[in-house]
Design a protein around this ligand. Structure first.
Ligand SMILES: [Zn+2]
Length: 275
């Protein structure tokens, strides 16, 4: 699943390509991906037609398109969703779910082979009341997100493993499986440590490494993966140190990396560098 660095990279590309553009036509080949109040494809197309895209924002792993007339489009890519901005006469790729044609001849295409992605047309009040946005933890680059804030939210889940806690979007926004594994490795903390057992020093180290790895991966346009491309169709360049490297030698000490499951998610760590 795309995480903060991938969604932020995508957001930047979309903002560059789409800000100020007016939606002229909407197609919905996969209606089940429309969620919320407007799930009828015709009503969705009618509401979106003529709307100008004012900005493209992000909260955690969600993209938020702000439209004129007080509308918002809340979009989640889930596991396999991809967004591309292409010329509208370009041949349609497989798994096209929703297409928004713009007045300048470009088209925003939402592809999703698993059709788990979600698109919600909302008012400002509905956006503000959306349960997962309301419950979401702080953005990791916000001033409010301090080492103490991280430790407080971890201590509210004191007995769960620190890996599981980091995957919980109410702890910190935008961190998922890739960057939870990467930041725990960088901080030298074992994924199964109870979240409430981190010392002040360890929580500070984890806080710093979460910020560093997210910044580094965003700078690299996200992690290299078959599943993720930015708005121009480019893959990311960030090469993980532990994620999906089970059995390979640790980049620090050479010990083969171990793979376990934590709340159903594959988790890779170095048994000698992380404790
Ligand atoms: Zn190691």
């Amino acid at each position: 699943m795309p995480e903060l660095p991938e969604v932020e990279t995508l957001r930047r590309g979309l903002e560059r390509r789409l800000t100020g553009r007016v939606v002229t036509r909407v197609r919905v080949p996969v209606p089940k991906m429309l969620k919320g109040r407007v799930v009828d494809p015709e009503a969705f197309a009618a509401a979106l037609g003529g709307r100008r895209i004012e900005s493209v924002g992000r909260r955690g792993k969600h993209l938020i398109f702000r439209l004129d007339c007080g509308y918002y489009l809340l979009l989640h890519l889930k596991m396999r969703g991809q967004l591309l901005v292409v010329p509208r006469d370009l041949e349609e790729g497989k798994y096209l779910a929703v297409a928004l044609e713009m007045e300048d001849g470009s088209e925003l295409r939402f592809h999703d082979m698993w059709t788990w992605g979600e698109l919600r047309l909302m008012t400002e009040a509905e956006l503000a009341a959306h349960p997962s946005l309301k419950a979401m933890g702080l953005e990791p680059f916000s001033d409010e997100w301090t080492p103490q804030a991280l430790q407080r939210s971890l201590s509210r889940r004191a007995r769960t493993s620190v890996k599981a806690a980091l995957l919980d979007q109410t702890v910190v926004a935008g961190v998922g499986n890739i960057y939870a594994d990467e930041s725990l490795f960088r901080a030298g903390i074992g994924p199964l440590r109870p979240a409430g057992s981190l010392t002040d020093v360890e929580a500070s180290r984890l806080h710093r490494e979460i910020r560093c790895v997210l910044a580094e991966a965003t700078g690299d346009g996200g992690t290299t993966s078959d599943n993720y491309v930015d708005a121009d169709g480019r893959t990311g360049r960030y090469a993980p140190r532990v994620y999906e490297r089970a059995g390979q030698p640790c980049v620090r000490c050479g010990t083969p990396l171990t793979r376990i499951k934590v709340t159903g998610r594959g988790t890779v760590y170095c048994p000698s560098c992380q404790s």
